[in-house]
Write a protein that binds this ligand. Structure first.
Ligand SMILES: Cc1cc2nc3c(=O)[nH]c(=O)nc-3n(C[C@H](O)[C@H](O)[C@H](O)COP(=O)(O)OP(=O)(O)OC[C@H]3O[C@@H](n4cnc5c(N)ncnc54)[C@H](O)[C@@H]3O)c2cc1C
Length: 417
């Protein structure tokens, strides 16, 4: 049983020079059988396991991860959290997630460093202004906080921004979601892992799933690098590798795997205390607690699995950032990396039953699934436990690509975050 983190445990451990902290979670070897196996130890997979145990009392669960926890997109993203999506179904799902974020550190007894510093979406043209206004109105109708800022209000909030931006990207206004912000991505994976482990979930790392076993159209288990694991149900949450997993299970997903990259600067003193994004110029920036500028871009325009991203995208993004923030021109970039994001044709996720009985997929979050982590785990756990979708994810089934009831969030997904 994991002990609770508190000021008392901090004091107690200080007396023994912090040498006796218990392991946050145990790294288990697989048992022969589980009620549920979750494939993929990113934030969404770990959250699913946690809510299976917490909300549904299903604790004979394994999370099977081919690498290390959070080593996929969970540990590679730029950590922006918001819920200002256009359509009713998305607003409801992302807002549910945002409400969970607001109490997540307490719920998990783990500081996920959720910081509601606000998220600004800039408008650079009359078209952008109309789009921004439309989304603000739609958000408000759905009870999602959203407001319009004039250029003067934007300048007041972000004094270092050049609103004229050399005339190329003049800022004509912005939308602001004050409850949006950032969180610490690793902490989300670790916090869910620790809380799930405390409820009896087995966390198995360095254990790739290489195939599925089926009998009479029903899943019976997974073939892994550590042998066969029998399973009553299997939930697949493998982001950029989802279409590969679907192929192993014998069906196709409408998902493309694309490299998405981010980069951070050398650390500097606090200069920007909110998140600024521009869909039109494909760039966004925030500042981490360490002082690094966290900069993100759009996806590469080719399918691939190399976790790098290409140079032209970096160049274009930095050019846009430098025009908006001339102050940043002489800063040096420290690290650049990429992740493989799983993009659906309508830029909305899939949380769904599949043609194989007992096999469920959670994918298609594309460039913006970090913000949804708690909500996604919550509704996916419900879908697996009840064998039917939660009201919040009913619209996000694979069947929408047959019925045509697509949820087009290209505008809100915008600059890939
Ligand atoms: C550069 C970048 C910036 C981003 N910025 C943001 C942002 O600011 N805000 C936001 O909301 N979202 C952002 N995203 C998107 C976000 O990171 C993802 O949507 C989200 O983290 C997906 O979480 P996940 O748990 O589904 O996937 P992952 O964290 O990728 O987890 C999937 C796991 O499955 C494992 N796996 C794969 N195949 C197998 C197998 N065969 N067997 C076992 N395990 C397997 C992988 O190793 C991986 O650990 C960004 C993504 C990137 C790449």
């Amino acid at each position: 049983m994991t002990s609770r983190y508190s000021v008392f445990s901090l004091l107690r451990n200080a007396l023994s020079y912090h040498e006796n902290w218990p392991q946050a979670w145990q790294n288990k070897e697989p048992k022969p059988r589980y009620d549920v196996v979750i494939v993929g130890g990113g934030g969404h997979g770990l959250a699913t396991a946690y809510y299976l145990a917490k909300n549904h009392g299903i604790t004979n669960v394994a999370v099977v991860e081919r690498g290390w926890l959070g080593g996929g997109n969970t540990g590679r993203n730029t950590t922006i959290v918001r819920s200002n999506y256009l359509w009713d179904q998305s607003a409801a799902l992302y807002e549910h997630a945002l409400k969970l974020w607001e109490g997540l550190s307490q719920d998990l007894n783990y500081n996920v460093m959720f910081s509601q510093r606000g998220v600004l979406n800039l408008a650079h043209s009359q078209h952008d202004l109309r789009e921004v206004s439309r989304r603000i109105n739609a958000n408000r109708l759905n009870g999602v906080d959203s407001e319009f800022l004039t250029p003067a209000q934007v300048q007041e909030m972000v004094p270092i921004m050049d609103l004229r931006a050399k005339g190329r990207y003049p800022v004509l206004g912005a939308s602001l979601q004050r409850r949006g912000g950032t969180a610490r991505h690793d902490a989300v994976a670790w916090g869910y892992a620790r809380a799930a482990d405390a409820l009896g979930v087995d966390i198995i790392q360095e254990c790739p799933v290489n195939g599925f076993r089926r009998e009479n159209g029903r899943i019976t288990g997974v073939e892994t690098g550590k042998g066969f694991i029998e399973a009553g149900k299997v939930g697949v949450v493998t982001a950029g590798h989802s279409s590969v997993m679907a192929e192993m299970a014998g069906f196709r997903l409408p998902v493309q795997s694309l490299p998405l990259q981010a980069l951070v600067s050398e650390p500097v003193k606090p200069v920007i205390d909110t998140v600024v994004m521009s869909g039109a110029v494909h760039a966004y920036v925030s500042q981490s607690d360490k002082g690094e500028l966290v900069i993100g871009a759009g996806v590469d325009s080719y399918i691939g699995y190399g976790q790098r991203g290409s140079m032209p995208v970096t160049e274009e993004t930095l050019a846009a950032i430098c025009e908006l923030f001339p102050l940043f021109r002489r800063m040096r970039m420290l690290r650049q990396w990429g992740g493989i994001v799983d993009v659906c044709p309508d830029a909305s996720p899939i949380l769904s039953k599949t043609p194989v009985e007992g096999l469920y997929f959670n994918c298609g979050w594309g460039t913006g699934g970090f913000k949804a982590t708690p909500g996604s785990g919550w509704v996916f756990a419900h879908t697996i436990a009840q064998d039917e979708p939660h009201a919040l994810n009913a619209a996000f089934s694979i069947d929408r690509f047959r019925s045509g009831f697509l949820i087009d969030e290209h505008g809100a997904a915008a600059v890939a975050h």
